[in-house]
Design a protein around this ligand. Sequence first.
Ligand SMILES: O=c1[nH]c(=O)c2ncn([C@@H]3O[C@H](COP(=O)(O)OP(=O)(O)OP(=O)(O)O)[C@@H](O)[C@H]3O)c2[nH]1
Ligand SMILES: [Mg+2]
Length: 199
Amino acid sequence: MRIVLASANKGKIEEFKKLLPNYEVIAYSDILGKFDIPETGTSFKENAIIKASEINRRLKEQNEKHFIVISDDSGISLPILNGAPGVYSARYSGINASDKSNNEKLISELNRLNLEKSEAFYTACITIIYKDFVYTVHGFMHGMAINQEKGTNGFGYDPLFIPKGFDKTLGELDFEVKQEFSHRNRALKLAMKVLEVIL
Ligand SMILES: O=c1[nH]c(=O)c2ncn([C@@H]3O[C@H](COP(=O)(O)OP(=O)(O)OP(=O)(O)O)[C@@H](O)[C@H]3O)c2[nH]1
Ligand SMILES: [Mg+2]
C-alpha cells in the first residue's frame, strides 16, 4: 500500500520516510505536481484535514487507487506569546517567510520580553485518509525556546528548541534523539495503531 504524503515540506517528507521504512512513502507532488493548499483552519487538526482531504480528492480525480493519504500540520507554541506562532508557525514572519526569517522573528519576540528562553512545545496533528474515512491523532514535544540559534540539524525552529531533559537544541542533537520523542514521531506511533486496525 502506498502512503501519499500531503506535504510540500522537505524536512517533514524526509522525516516521514525515515520513520516509515517499511512503507512506500511518496510526496503528493511526485504524482500530482506542486500546488498551494490554503491552510484556512484555526487549529492544527483543521489544517491537517484540509491538506489530506484536498490530496485525497485530487488522487481520486486522477483515478488513483490503493493509497493512504497522510498529512501533518505542526508548529511551535509559546505560552508566554499566547500560543504564537502556533498554526501560523510556517508563515510567522509573513507570506514569504523562511525558516531563517521565522527564527529571527521568534528571537526578536523573546528579546522584546527580555527573555533568554521561555517554555515552548511542538504540536503535530497527523491526519490519515483511507477509503474516504478520516482519522486524526496528535503528538507533542515540550521544552524551551531560546533567543539564539544553535546547530544546523533538523529544520524550522529546531536550532532554537531545547527538548525537556536536554541542554542542547534539536539543531545540535542527532536526528536519532529527536526521533525518539518528537511530536511527529509520537503522533505517527498513534497513526500506526490506526493503520493496524483499518488496513
Ligand atoms: O523546528 C521544527 N521542527 C519540527 O519538527 C517542526 N515541525 C513543524 N515545524 C514548524 O512548523 C511549521 C509547520 O507548518 P505546516 O504544518 O503548515 O507545514 P509546511 O507549511 O511547512 O508544509 P506542509 O506540510 O503544510 O506542506 C513549519 O514552519 C515548521 O518550521 C517544525 N519546526
Ligand atoms: Mg503548510
